[in-house]
Design a protein around this ligand. Structure first.
Ligand code: BV8
Length: 239
């Protein structure tokens, strides 16, 4: 049985692989984002405190790329938006991605557990503001009206991801858990499939190739997300 009957709550965990065919580099694939960096230099508080300029530049480059005309949602993002629109029950996307391609595809019920590239945060007030351009040490904070208080609104290693209690509740209630385009290298996201199984959910993994978590899933949809996710959505919508 690929898709059980009477599904009511679907939780979809997405990773960098769903955005790969939109032209956004993944992290750990060959030629990925981390290839030229030590992860802890650009995605940790220590790295930011040691060399804020490097970290600002790392996220400024990704924010600029995301807004290039050639970067747009692909068929996988669009299929998930169609699922949310047409499915009779609840569809929630918990994404590790910091891009806005799920939003631009038309999904609404999205939780960015690792933050968002197009947002910045005041380190004093914790207020979050939209940003499309460059963020650096001389960017004036909209709330404090001084420079030097702003950081990317990104969850770095060692920081607690966003929405964990909401995600915990979603996993308790879900009866279908789908993981799309994630290597399962990063926790606590990599532990979600186990939590979903404990709630009795059916679990599906969509990826180009098997991952270290593949054995935890009931079934695999192996191949490119832009092909396999629309196929999976069709199966869910017309069982
Ligand atoms: C935390 C910043 C404490 C945003 C990122 C055990 C328990 C808890 C924590 C830990 C633990 N063990 C270790 C830790 C610490 C750490 C961690 O997991 N370290 C790892 C390296 C071992 N975790 C943390 O520090 C987290 N915080 O633990 O706080 C806590 C926890 C719970 C409760 C209380 C306290 C914080 C983690 C967030 C770190 N921030 N990035 C940014 O810069 O973007 S992580 C980074 O990796 C990105 O966010 C990214 O989303 C994430 C996961 O990567 P993937 O999305 O999977 O991408 P990847 O390149 O790895 O894989 C791509 C996949 O796509 C591949 O499988 C590929 O085959 C596939 N693919 C490619 N093309 C396609 C495709 N699939 C389909 N179609 C295609 N076309």
């Amino acid at each position: 049985m690929i898709i059980p009957n009477n599904i009511k709550n679907i939780v979809i965990l997405t990773g960098a692989g769903i955005s790969a065919e939109s032209g956004i580099k993944t992290f750990r694939d060959h030629g990925g984002l981390w290839e030229n960096y030590d992860i802890m230099d650009v995605a940790s508080v220590e790295g930011f405190n040691k060399d804020p300029k490097l970290v600002y530049e790392f996220y400024n480059a990704r924010r600029a790329q995301l807004q290039k005309p050639e970067i747009s949602p692909n068929a996988a993002h669009l299929a998930l938006a169609e699922l949310e629109k047409k499915f009779k029950g609840r569809v929630t996307i918990v994404t590790q991605n910091v891009d806005n391609l799920h939003e631009r595809a038309g999904s609404h019920n999205i939780l960015h557990m690792h933050g968002e590239l197009l947002k910045m945060r005041c380190t004093k007030s914790l207020k979050v503001f939209a940003i499309t351009g460059e963020l650096n040490q001389s960017t004036v904070c909209p709330c404090c009206k001084v420079v030097g208080n702003l950081r990317p609104n990104i969850v770095w290693f060692g920081e607690v991801p966003n929405g964990l209690s909401e995600i915990d509740q979603l996993l308790r209630e879900c009866d279908l858990f789908i993981s799309i385009g994630t290597s399962g290298e990063v926790y606590p996201a990599a532990s979600f499939v186990m939590a979903a199984k404990q709630s009795g959910a059916h679990t599906l993994e969509q990826n180009l190739s098997p991952t270290k978590l593949s054995r935890e899933f009931d079934s695999q949809f192996t191949g490119s997300a832009s092909i396999e996710v629309p196929r999976l959505v069709k199966l869910i919508l017309s069982p």
